[in-house]
Design a protein. Structure first.
Length: 71
């Protein structure tokens, strides 16, 4: 599998994990006394989304800078 395809697929799956963790956090807000660690749950997928998103954002510019064709 190509490295760029792997990063793109990881970004997709991590985005699903992020949405699920946000739903869990919003449901926890509705509880009387929510556990505080639930509010930190979305931070890990969000961090991974930041790095994979920055990579995917910069990818076309790096390919063009190197003189290759975008795939």
């Amino acid at each position: 599998m190509n490295w760029n395809k792997r990063v793109r697929q990881t970004h997709r799956w991590v985005s699903i994990a992020f949405v699920v963790s946000m739903i869990v956090a919003f449901v926890a807000i509705a509880q009387e006394e929510p556990a505080e660690w639930l509010f930190y749950l979305p931070l890990l997928p969000l961090t991974l989304l930041l790095f994979t998103g920055l990579y995917l954002f910069a990818l076309p510019y790096v390919v063009r800078w190197r003189g290759g064709r975008p795939s």
